[in-house]
Write a protein that binds this ligand. Structure first.
Ligand code: PGA
Length: 252
């Protein structure tokens, strides 16, 4: 069972050192009165990683990693270089990487394996496009993305990843999946992961904001969110952390 609620920001190619400093200050757990079981993380551009490395309250992640150790790969960044910046997590296979940079599911799986070999936790993103959903191919597409990871990682390693279901049609569009729609895919993913499924945090991503986080995070198989646009606004992100915190406390 996954008992924590995960609030993970994805700044994409946005932010600045001053914004990173503002977030370090503004996300102090004791000031926000957050429950222990809330995990906060921000995945930021590589040049901002170090600004978070001293924070005890926020885990920091990158948004991409090379599948290679080192060498003649101009413009790429290795696991070791990320670790040196205090990086702890890394997003792999975000739909923007799959679509704009033609990353295949196999490459994404290799990146996840490379992250794990070096002690970084990969957040593997999966999700279907609007057209694929309309064609009734959601489970086929998400299944193919997950199977590539299952082929590449040893069974014992699969339980160390985090997974984010991000329907491509909900990313940056303001069109969130209905909580029941997201839950349906999440519970299916958990079943596909077999024994590891009960241990892996399954995050939902796609236009998550303070106004819809509560309903989404309440779903049985949703352990938190991967949040793009709303993670760039400190007030909004703080509110989502507080919503997550309220959900970890005993109800009633
Ligand atoms: P969004 O992005 O919250 O802006 O839709 C989510 C993501 O791309 O991870």
């Amino acid at each position: 069972m996954v008992s924590s609620v995960f609030v993970v920001g994805n700044w994409k190619m946005n932010g600045s050192i001053s914004r990173a400093e503002e977030f370090c200050q503004g996300l102090r757990r004791f000031e926000l009165d957050l429950a222990e079981q809330v995990e906060i993380a921000l995945c930021v551009p590589d040049t901002l990683l170090a600004a978070f490395s001293a924070s005890e309250d926020v885990r920091v992640g990158a948004q991409n990693i090379s599948e290679y150790d080192s060498g003649a790969y101009t413009g790429e960044i290795s696991a070791d270089l990320l670790m040196e910046q205090g990086c702890d997590l890394v997003i792999v296979g975000h739909s923007e990487r799959r679509q704009l940079f033609a990353e295949s599911s196999e490459q994404v799986a290799n990146k996840a394996a490379q992250a794990l070999r070096h002690g970084l936790t990969p957040i593997v993103c999966v999700g279907e496009t609007e057209q694929q959903r309309e064609q009734g191919r959601t489970f086929e597409v998400v299944g193919e993305q997950i199977q590539a990871v299952q082929r590449e990682l040893k069974a014992g390693d699969i339980e160390k990843i985090w997974l984010a279901y991000e329907p491509v049609w909900a990313i940056g569009t303001g069109k969130t999946a209905q909580p029941e729609q997201a839950q349906e895919v999440h519970s299916w993913i958990r079943a596909q992961l077999g024994k590891a499924g009960v241990k892996i945090p399954l995050l939902y991503g796609g236009s998550v904001k303070a106004a819809n986080a509560d309903q989404l995070f309440q779903q049985k198989d949703i352990n938190g969110g991967l949040i793009g646009g709303a993670s760039l606004d400190l007030n909004e992100f703080q509110s989502i952390c507080k919503i997550a915190s309220a959900l970890t406390k005993p109800k009633g």
